[in-house]
Design a protein around this ligand. Structure first.
Ligand code: 9GP
Length: 829
């Protein structure tokens, strides 16, 4: 109300004529308005991209209306809010998702067609917002969609990287990385909030001072950077609720560098100030480990500090007693990346809000919850202590104090078991001392969870065993989920219509358990016929894409067998390629009569290798080298093709997943925390060939192993197999295909040597050799099933029917109730 007289407010209400309308004519007027006044083109001459921009702005206007109303409503109701802190969000495209969630896709299509444009063509104009690496980041995006749809009072916080995940280009079969300057053509989906900015401080020193007769630690920072907010409205489906994803960008602070100005070095003073922007410039492209990088630590603190200032400001707008903070605020740590927020909140409460240690600690312990997304100990972040001390000197002191209190408490409970004490300490002793961010997160959070049942078991029995023994009540499990809005409704419209037709309702789009009723129809020939037609349409789309991207023509009669995900040794794309070589070798050596029985396959692999991960890059090259041989072998023809899809990202996944028959999730058991790709394939009626790892175990529970192709060692068998690995000979078939690579059958003999070394001579850590035979058996079972078209189709329908449990709606409801303690806060219609 500030600044407005009653009369002006009244005038404003007089001028308002309700919400923007969603009929095609109103949309057309808005689109043309934006062509002329936002894009600044003539309404008589604009191209597809400009039409996309104008359409996006028209959709964004509608989002902003809802966003305002939602924020007002939250403010009025003042519920407990969830703040989801994540350094990565893989949002993909916004237009297609927004029009679905707003329920205006058909109206937009009609409006555009009368203007001479095609909605689908415009939607393709949008680049992906790729502010994340892989599973964790895409999961965050799915969870935001569900939080909005289920009306939870939630905010996401992250970093607005100027360079998203690198673009992968392939030259002669080798991966090269190109920067993804995704903001080049503007981003209609964000709103810059120049007035929402906070100073974030780094470096400097800490002094002891006496303030009001009390001894205090005073941090005198050495550098200040401004964090400016960019808001990204996230609409819910079937509701007006539209929540916010606030991303921070670094800008130079207003403060003057007096010294440089005084010495007359004006240019350098400006150049130095500009360096502040580096903090939010670029996303780290390696999701294996983030150890010891100063910029990484600064990114983490930058986004955490700005977010907490924002959250505390919002809290203080309504409350003046910090003891109420845990009743109004839940802070979710998405992996260890935001874990400095624990220390930052302590610092603010102690040093700025003047609370006692006891009171501050009590608050901190009630607000944080921690989800870990990895099993790999090397991916648990550690920050060298001297780096920490340089960048955040006051925070290090607070960590010492937290750790001291924790160690004392622990000693009281377990006695002087120094080995265990040192394992659990937040500070890792050694030649280089480190801060263990996972230990910090566990000590300070009231709830800790893994992302599948199996992962949570591994946390309890291996990774965080000591902590589980100490605080069993803190540990929960939450199986990941994905949003059916993006992964069926947006990406597979034909399947969406078919499901709605057979269920007689569209309600499954927000009540996904209804999919289970498809089971009743799974054997009906009419449904099967329509189901196969949908698959065929999607396979045609994919085949066209493959031809455009790689020049390879593929047969629609072939089984499309897909593995798309980040390239990692544990995900075992190498196993897949060795399987393809085996298939090729078998076909080559077959009699003509046997060849006629071969099920034709198109094997599709896609994914990015972290730029510094040599072996992963060699796997990509091997895929191309093998493809070169197979695809050019006229003797093989359509019986086998191998294709690598470059630059895999969210929108490529939206195209590939609906067109797949079979998908592979073949990590060494015990290594994939959950896996969410499998859930997207499952929803799209694609059969899974998988190891019993991560969330696959729960998919087996849901749809039955008889509807999947499961193979390989189980999680509890892996450690024993590893012990025996060096003494056991790999099966002959395995040795033969590795030998083909080693001997240069596909060229690049020297280059592939180190790759072959990873699976031979007793070094096969990821157990490709020991799983190879059962892998081939599972592949053979898939071939047999594919021949029986009715059976395959039924399995496909049952896969979709059983996918409801893997919706992020279910995951979010579970978190809301058992972890965050938040309730829906729905905007009235
Ligand atoms: O590797 C896990 C994957 O298994 C999981 O599904 C996903 C979401 O929880 O997180 C992945 N982890 C990361 O992306 C980084 O640790």
């Amino acid at each position: 109300k500030a600044g407005f007289s009653g009369a002006k407010t009244e005038r404003m209400f007089e001028l308002m004529d309700g919400f923007l309308k969603n009929d095609p004519v109103s949309l057309q007027k808005d689109i043309l308005h934006h062509v002329e006044y936002t894009v600044a083109r003539s309404r008589f001459s604009f191209d597809d991209f400009e039409a996309y921009q104008a359409l996006s702005h028209s959709v964004r206007d509608r989002l902003i209306e809802r966003w305002h109303d939602t924020q007002q409503h939250f403010k009025k109701k003042d519920p407990k809010r969830l703040y989801f802190l994540s350094l990565e969000f893989l949002m993909g495209r916004s237009l297609s998702n927004s029009v679905i969630n707003l329920g205006i896709k058909d109206q937009c299509a009609e409006a555009l067609s009368q203007l001479g444009f095609e909605y689908e063509v415009l939607a393709e104009q949008e680049g992906d917002a790729a502010l994340g690496n892989g599973g964790l980041a895409r999961l965050s995006a799915c969870q935001m969609d569900s939080l909005a749809t289920l009306d939870f009072p939630a905010w996401g916080y992250g970093l607005r990287y100027q360079y998203g995940l690198f673009r992968q280009i392939i030259i002669d079969g080798f991966q090269h990385e190109q920067p993804d300057y995704w903001l080049n053509f503007g981003n209609p989906w964000e709103i810059e909030r120049v007035h929402v900015s906070y100073p974030v401080k780094f470096y400097g020193s800490v002094k002891e001072e006496v303030v009001n007769g009390k001894k205090c630690k005073v941090w005198i920072p050495g550098e200040t950077v401004e964090a400016v907010a960019y808001d990204n409205p996230i609409p819910g489906y079937g509701t007006r609720n539209t929540i916010n994803l606030r991303l921070w960008a670094a800008k130079p602070s207003e403060g003057l560098d007096i010294e440089s100005y005084n010495t007359g070095d004006y240019i350098n003073a400006i150049v130095n100030r500009q360096k502040a922007e580096i903090i939010s410039n670029v996303l780290y492209p390696d999701d294996r480990s983030y150890q010891g990088k100063e910029l990484r630590l600064k990114q983490q603190y930058f986004f955490v500090s700005a977010s907490l200032q924002d959250i505390i400001r919002r809290f203080k707008d309504m409350h003046n007693n910090f003891d109420e903070f845990p009743d109004k605020v839940a802070l979710q740590l998405n992996d260890t990346h935001p874990s400095i927020s624990v220390v930052e909140l302590m610092r603010v409460l102690l040093d700025e809000e003047d609370l006692s240690w006891k009171r501050a600690w009590n608050i901190v312990c009630k607000v944080f919850t921690f989800t870990t997304h990895t099993v790999l100990p090397e991916a648990l972040e550690k920050v060298p202590m001297d780096l920490f001390e340089t960048v955040l000197p006051r925070h290090l002191q607070i960590i010492y104090d937290i750790n001291f209190a924790f160690m004392e408490e622990l000693k009281n409970k377990i006695g002087k078991d120094y080995v265990r004490l040192s394992r659990m300490s937040i500070i890792e002793e050694g030649a280089v001392k480190n801060i263990r961010m996972a230990n910090l997160s566990i000590v300070c959070s009231h709830t800790v969870n893994g992302v599948s049942k199996a992962h949570s078991e591994l946390l309890k029995t291996r990774v965080f065993m000591d902590f589980y023994e100490l605080w069993p009540e803190k540990f929960q499990y939450k199986t990941n989920g994905v949003t059916q809005r993006r992964w069926i409704v947006v990406s597979n419209p034909s399947l969406c219509s078919l499901i709605s037709k057979w269920l007689g309702t569209e309600s499954w789009i927000h009540d996904v358990d209804l999919l289970t009723h498809l089971k009743n129809h799974a054997s009906i020939p009419e449904l099967q016929h329509e189901w196969k037609m949908v698959k065929k349409i999607n396979k045609m789309r994919l085949a066209e894409y493959i031809e455009t991207m790689s020049g390879v023509k593929v047969s629609l009669d072939a089984m499309f067998d897909v593995q798309i995900k980040r390239i990692h040794e544990y995900k075992r794309q190498f196993l897949n390629i060795l399987g393809v070589i085996h298939r090729y070798d078998c076909i080559k050596n077959m009699e003509e009569s046997d060849r006629r029985k071969v099920v034709p396959r198109v094997c599709i692999i896609g994914g990015k290798a972290p730029p510094g991960y040599e072996i992963a890059k060699k796997i990509i090259k091997l895929c191309h080298a093998v493809a070169e041989t197979i695809n050019n072998d006229t003797d093989i023809g359509d019986l086998l093709k191998l294709v690598f899809i470059p630059d895999y990202n969210v929108s490529v996944a939206e195209l590939v997943i609906p067109g797949s028959d079979l998908s592979q999730h073949i990590s060494t058991a015990g290594h994939e925390a959950s896996g969410t790709g499998s859930m997207k394939f499952l929803m799209n009626g694609c059969l899974l060939l998988a190891t019993a790892d991560g969330s696959t175990n729960e998919i087996i529970e849901e749809i039955g192993a008889e509807n999947m192709f499961i193979f390989g060692a189980k999680i509890n068998e892996v450690p024993k197999l590893r012990e025996k690995e060096s003494t056991i000979k790999a099966p002959l078939q395995f040795r033969r295909v590795v030998r083909m690579v080693r001997d240069g059958y596909f060229g690049f003999k020297d280059y592939f040597k180190s790759l072959c070394d990873t699976v031979e001579n007793g070094k096969d850590f990821y157990l490709l050799g020991s799983d190879f035979t059962s892998y081939l058996e599972a592949q053979a079972a898939a071939d047999r099933a594919y021949v029986d078209k009715e059976k395959w189709c039924k399995m496909s329908i049952l896969s979709t029917a059983g996918s409801g449990r893997f919706s992020s709606d279910r995951t979010i409801e579970d978190y809301a109730e058992k972890t965050w303690g938040i309730k829906p806060c729905k905007l009235p219609l």
